[in-house]
Write a protein that binds this ligand. Structure first.
Ligand SMILES: Nc1ncnc2c1ncn2[C@@H]1O[C@H](COP(=O)(O)OP(=O)(O)OP(=O)(O)O)[C@@H](O)[C@H]1O
Ligand SMILES: [Mg+2]
Length: 352
């Protein structure tokens, strides 16, 4: 058994999509640990496998996708011996339905699809409460109002009877978070929950999640492509590229000592106020990462990032797949710059 504060572990997860064009290896050997009271940020460009990792954890991978290999372990709180092997549960099984929306809850990437337009906000929250807890309709309504006020929706007793389309984007996102929190989950997965919102509303939602995390001691898996949001919310960060975690550490180490050339490139592509100011004078452009994410059906030899890597070492990066190594305590990276044999280091030194 892992340490007491661990809620869930993902070990060597492989999730594939079997399509006419070929097999898309959406998640290709991911390891992650989610802990009580901590937020793990998952960051990476579009298509790198963030959502599919989250959907695998909830047993919600849509067809023709399939968890092909690996383990997803959930440790229910209150027990020091029980382990639920989520990867072995059928998506529609009673056991999985008892966990999903109850112990592990998710705020989906598309807010409008999380709520049915034809039912009131309150009815949808009450349904989640009644499904998982033995309470009367009246009690479920009281709890729905309580949770709507917890997410700082004004006049929760009125909002409970509104339809999702009657709310603004920010209010609707709060209602979706309220629905996800209605059964006090141990783990909340938030998939780009603020992408469609303006920065002020985004900041309020991030504050709200932090406050709710303290109250509930929840673990949060926060998915975003925005490193600025990661800096605000995450304790630890996993950087994903083409279905793999290429670097993982605590948030301040990632920002102050990024190791992987992909992480370094992502950091160079965030606008800084200095750059914005400088750009007006010097016409300075923000750096982008050269090249495109390769086609997901291709199996690239060597490191998945090598075609775009500014520190590419011929004969090594295009031939040998780098293993994960722990460069410093709790700072792991998948890159030959830190693992390659002696000649690779010589090549690197020559370039420095
Ligand atoms: N429904 C699907 N059918 C076929 N392939 C899919 C499907 N969903 C995901 N994939 C494959 O899995 C890969 C990873 O998708 P995923 O949705 O996890 O990306 P993401 O990191 O969440 O991207 P984004 O930032 O755009 O949300 C995609 O590049 C695609 O190849
Ligand atoms: Mg996604």
């Amino acid at each position: 058994m892992p340490a007491n504060n661990v809620i869930a572990e993902i070990k060597n997860l492989h999730t594939n999509f079997y399509l006419r064009e070929g097999v898309a290896r959406a998640v290709a050997g991911v390891n992650l640990t989610l802990e009580k009271g901590r937020t793990l940020g998952i960051v990476g460009e579009s298509g790198c496998g963030k959502s599919v990792t989250a959907h695998s954890l909830m047993q919600l991978v849509p067809s023709p996708g399939k968890i092909e290999e690996g383990e997803i372990l959930f440790y229910p709180p209150g027990s020091t011996t029980e382990v639920i092997e989520i990867h072995k549960l059928e998506p529609n099984s009673k056991e999985m339905r008892a966990i999903r929306g109850n112990q592990i809850s998710m705020v989906f990437q598309e807010p409008m699809t999380s709520m049915l337009p034809v039912r009131t906000v309150g009815a949808q929250i009450m349904e989640a409460i009644i499904l998982h807890q033995q309470v009367s309709k009246a009690e479920a309504r009281t709890r729905a109002i309580e949770i709507l006020s917890r997410v700082k929706l004004p006049n929760a007793d009125r909002i409970v009877d509104t339809y999702p389309f009657q709310l603004s984007g920010g209010m609707r996102q709060r209602a979706v978070i309220a629905m996800a929190l209605s059964c006090n989950p141990n783990l909340l997965i938030a998939d780009e929950p603020t992408t469609a919102l303006d920065v002020t509303t985004e900041a309020q939602i991030l504050d709200l999640l932090r406050a709710l995390q303290q109250d509930f001691d929840m673990g949060i898996m926060y998915i975003t492509h925005n490193l600025g949001v990661i800096a605000e919310i995450a304790d630890d960060v996993a950087v994903m590229y083409m279905g793999k975690v290429v670097e993982q550490t605590d948030t301040s180490s990632l920002f102050f000592k990024p190791l992987h050339p992909y992480t370094q490139a992502l950091l160079r592509s965030i606008p800084q106020l200095d750059d914005v100011m400088a750009r007006t004078g010097k016409n300075k452009r923000l750096e982008t990462i050269k090249g495109m994410v390769p086609d997901p059906y291709r199996i690239l030899p060597g490191c998945v990032f090598h075609p775009r890597c500014p520190q590419f070492m011929e004969g090594i990066c295009d031939q040998i797949a780098p293993e994960i190594i722990e460069v410093e305590p709790d700072h792991i990276v998948r890159c030959h710059l830190y693992t390659a044999p002696a000649e690779a280091h010589t090549a690197k030194d020559a370039r420095l």
